[in-house]
Write a protein that binds this ligand. Structure first.
Ligand code: 5GP
Ligand code: MN
Length: 338
């Protein structure tokens, strides 16, 4: 985002506007954290702002300041359509293709609201008037921090904004350990703590709220873990029946895929989760080093993301999806050398 863009946005935001802020479908900590961080900032400038999420998100995000104001398009459709139609500005955060917002796509594409993208995923689509797109960033939350800073308003960051932005930086960096974590990330985190983010409490709110059933489901996932040593690959499956047995709730499988990647010698890990309601297998992919799960997901599983973390889906059943997964590995033999 260059100086001219920033100046234009500054002018645009110099009088109160009707603003809609949108995260991607199945929003995670970075999606909810960044939209809420931006929401609190825009509210402090007297804009009429509202966050509309495509659908619901896990309970472990539901303690965040301002969270109760978020509309869900899947259940608040009529009200949301009105906001989208009448918006002066639509911020799209933590995604870069309108296909990532599911049923909201039509309404958002049709709205005359000026679109501003803030995102760190690869290969952005070209739907926004203003794009702040940077794949080197740890998280969209780090970018929202920079965005507020570029607008000359870092002194406006209060404890609510700081708390929300801290959440997304922490979750998208795997608690500050992924290679996308830079010294700039740590400096921003330091500033957020100074502005009132309670790091220890945030960590507890996100990671120490396990249900007994979730831990049992993790046990099942780990016993389903398979390794293909030849390709330094590990994968986990969870069928709908298994999810039901352990009373699966949204968010329960968050982070499971990382256990595969924690195996010595493994550089590529996947989890395949059956979703009977949507009639798909939801896939999460993770890698270490240069092997791009973004490319693999785009090519074979209608998805995308980052080099080392991506998602996708399959319309085949669970066992056929696994067969397909195993059958494509030889194409990547060169890249999957540890
Ligand atoms: P996760 O595996 O945690 O759901 O997602 C990992 C990364 O890939 C996230 O940055 C997420 O936004 C992205 N991602 C997940 N699912 C999809 C998908 O179906 N399509 C695309 N383009 N990106 C996805
Ligand atoms: Mn993100």
């Amino acid at each position: 985002m260059n100086k001219d863009d920033i100046n234009s946005i500054k002018t645009l935001l110099s009088s109160p506007k009707a603003i809609v802020i949108i995260p991607h479908k199945n929003p995670d900590g970075d999606a909810i954290g960044s939209t809420l961080g931006l929401y609190h900032y825009l509210k402090s400038h007297n804009h009429k702002a509202i966050i509309i999420a495509p659908n619901d998100y896990p309970d472990f995000l539901k303690w965040m300041p301002g969270e109760s104001t978020i509309l869900k398009y899947e259940s608040d459709t009529t009200e949301s359509d009105d906001y989208i139609k009448d918006a002066d500005i639509i911020f799209t955060l933590d995604f870069n293709s309108l296909s990532r917002i599911g049923d909201m796509e039509t309404a958002v594409a049709a709205s005359k609201g000026m679109k501003i993208m803030i995102d760190h995923h690869q290969q952005p689509d070209n739907y926004a008037e203003y794009m702040y797109s940077d794949v080197s960033m740890s998280s969209t939350c780090e970018m929202v921090y920079n965005f507020i800073d570029m607008l000359g308003d870092s002194d406006k960051i209060n404890s609510d904004i700081a708390t929300c932005l801290y959440v997304g930086i922490m979750t998208d960096t795997g608690s500050f350990r992924f290679p996308s974590t830079t010294s700039a990330t740590h400096k921003i985190i330091g500033n957020l703590i100074e502005k009132g983010a309670n790091n220890s409490e945030i960590h507890n709110n996100l990671y120490d709220t396990n249900s007994y059933e979730r831990l049992q489901l993790l046990g099942r996932a780990l016993s389903n873990l398979k390794v293909i040593p030849e390709y330094h690959t590990a994968y986990i499956t969870l069928s709908q029946e298994e999810l039901n047995t352990f009373k699966f709730k949204k968010g329960d499988t968050e982070g499971f895929v990382n256990y595969g990647l924690s195996l010595k010698g493994v550089i590529f890990a996947a989890i395949f989760i059956e979703n009977q309601q949507e009639n798909i297998i939801k896939i999460s992919l993770r890698s270490k080093g240069g092997f791009s799960v973004n490319e693999l997901s785009r090519e074979h599983f209608s998805g995308g993301g980052h080099t080392n973390a991506a998602g996708g889906k399959s319309d085949l059943n669970l066992s056929d999806t696994i067969d397909k997964f195993i059958s494509i590995l030889p194409q990547y033999k060169q890249d999957l050398k540890a």
